[in-house]
Each structure stands twice: as C-alpha cells, then as structure tokens.
Ligand binder design. Sequence first.
Ligand SMILES: Cc1ncc(COP(=O)(O)O)c(C=O)c1O
Length: 395
Amino acid sequence: MNTQEVVAQFQKYVVANYGRNPICFVRGEGVYVWDLEGRRYLDLFPGWATTTLGHCHPRVVAAVREQAGKLIHVDNTFYMLPQGRLAQLVSEHSFGGQCFFCNSGAEANEAAIKLTRLNGSDSGRFRIITFSNSFHGRTMATVTATAQPKYHKGFAPMVEGFDYAPFDDLDAVKALVGPQTAGIMLEPIQGEGGINVPSMEFMKGLRKLCDDNGMLLIFDEVQTGIGRTGHWFGYQYFGVEPDIMSLAKALGGGVAIGCMVARTEIARKLVPGTHASTFGGNPLACAAGIAVMETIEEEGLLEKAKSLGAYAMAQLRAMAAEIPIIKEVRGAGLMIGAQLTVPGADIFKECLQDGVRINCTHDTVIRLMPPMIATESQIDEGLAVLKKRLAARCK
Ligand SMILES: Cc1ncc(COP(=O)(O)O)c(C=O)c1O
C-alpha cells in the first residue's frame, strides 16, 4: 500500500472528523518518525505531546511487551499489580491523593467534574468556573467546560453549570463566585489556547479564593503533567496545589491512559456505583505509565526538560530579534509557544515538507512540545527549518 491508497481507504471507511495531513507514519524511534515511503521526520510535537520519552522508548516498549505476555486486561472488580503501583507513583510525586484511572484526558476531566459536583451536592453547589481559551476535551461536559464558542457550535444545548471568566483575571473570577459555585477548573498553562502562562498572583489568588469560599481548585494537567514544564506537574511550577488534577497524554508515553487524582478526603466520595471505566487502569496501560515515570525519575529528565526548554526558548528569542513576525516567545520547560503576527498553519505545513513536525495552535501560535530525550542539536535542526520558513515570510 502507498500513502495515496491509505488516504483513499480512510476517505471511504474512516469518519472525516480530523484534518489529516497526507502522510502515513509507520515507524518511530526517539525524536524521529518515518512515513510509508521511508521519509524521516524530526518530530518536535510527538503524538500531540503524548510520547514524552520519544517514539518507542525502549523501556516503554519492554514494559508493554512484558505485561502483554502476562495479563493485558482484567476488570476493576478485582485487584491488579500495575494499577496500584502507578497510583502510588503518581500520588507520591504529587500531593498524596488517590487516583481514578480512565483512558483519555476528557474522561479524566469528566471524572473531575463529576467529583466536584458530588463534593458540592450536600450544599447545593454544582457550578464550575472555567476560562476563555481553555481546552478540556470533547465529551459534552468537558466541551462545555472548554470556554471556546467554536467548539460548541452545533452541539447546543450545552451542559448546565459552567461559568466563564477571562484567563489570568482574578477580579473577574471573584465576580462570578456565587452560592452555587463548587469549584474552579483550569489548565495551569493553557495549551490549545496558545501556551498562556498565568501570573503567580492569579494562581495563588485562585487558591485563596477556593479556600475562603469552600470551593475546589481543579487543575487540568493533561498537557502540563508528567514533566512537561520541568516539574512533575504544572502546579509545582507555580507552587500552588490543587484539590483535584487530571492527567493523560504523557502519562502512558503514547499508550492510552487518563487519571484523575484527588485529595483523599474528597476522593473517598466516589464510592462504588458513582463512577467507573471498563478499561480504566488496565495492566497494559499502567505498565506503560510506570515505565514512563520510572524512566523520568531515574534518568533525571525533569532537569533535562528545564535545561533543554530554556535552550530552545533562548534560541527562539534570538530568532525573534531577527524575524519581526515572531512577537513573543513564552512557555515553561518543554511547553513552548512562539506568538506570530501572522497565521501559522501554512508554516506548519511548510516545515513538514522540510521534514520537521511542529504544531500551530490558536491560529497564530507555533507550539513546540519536544520529547524530553531530544538533544540541543535536534532542537537546532528543527529551529533552523522553522527560521528558514519564517524568514521567507518577512521578505
Ligand atoms: C489540557 C487538555 N485537557 C484535555 C484534553 C483532552 O484530552 P483527550 O484528547 O485525551 O480526551 C486535552 C487534549 O488536547 C488537553 O490539551
């Protein structure tokens, strides 16, 4: 089969709900991925920021292989070894809560929303404040939580109980708090919304607001979690602890997994019958998660994410001095955005033609989320292509 034939197969049999690029990836190794015709690409946005250890990291591959040969799936009416171990790792590296496992970021957020409502149900609180330019997933509740009208179009009526505030505006949040407000939910650094890093005062102010009003603070760490910012979790970058956080993406190193972590006294409210997931926390996905977390720990990859991220941002800022269409470079660790003054979709496509995969989000933000195992020279290789393509726009 060639790529054209694969495209034709998709056109006939696969729902066309994604804007796909006409490239069929068949193999990956580290920072590189190969297409069906054997062309190699440098991948600075692997698996939409899931394969944080690079493609097919040997430790993830070995863990999945070993677990697949032992036990792939048992249901959650029994105990299993990998789920308990992964929950322990997540809890010990975060705020000591308990984990509920599922299969995606949307499901982890859905669980967080349900638990927030359950927690407030005795006092009639169910409303959740979320933020403009957020992204929380595509289920009905999480897409409603996502305060971007473009994602709501055609799906009305949306789910009751969400109030939207402008991001990084504490006074606006305060004005929305009412007797029915159960919690505040946000990404510590907005990803899809354009790599928006809020101020420390805003984050600390939200914590205080929740404490003063008996509300829960919920962090969607689907993108910021598992080392992306150079800390295990984005909240540690700000030194502001949530009551609940959601994880997915990088936790499985490319294997589907989601996880909601909640402070234990809140988590205890999810008694049998309140929430569940058939595949959630299955041995295969959890074995991958354990391999990811142990590798990050043993190979000192948090420090690596900090230093490599600082290097990449410094290079981009130097580039911005020469290329006026780069307005701002922002981010933390290996979560990096370059705000352009022009649309970035074509630049993404041109870089792909040159064998480099980046991302463009929120129309005008070039987003890089390289794997933690990348080297400075691989960053240089990618940025050289980006620079060439951006510079061509300035002529
Ligand atoms: C911050 C954030 N939350 C939630 C999601 C949804 O995750 P999933 O696509 O795994 O459902 C995403 C996906 O990009 C995300 O970036």
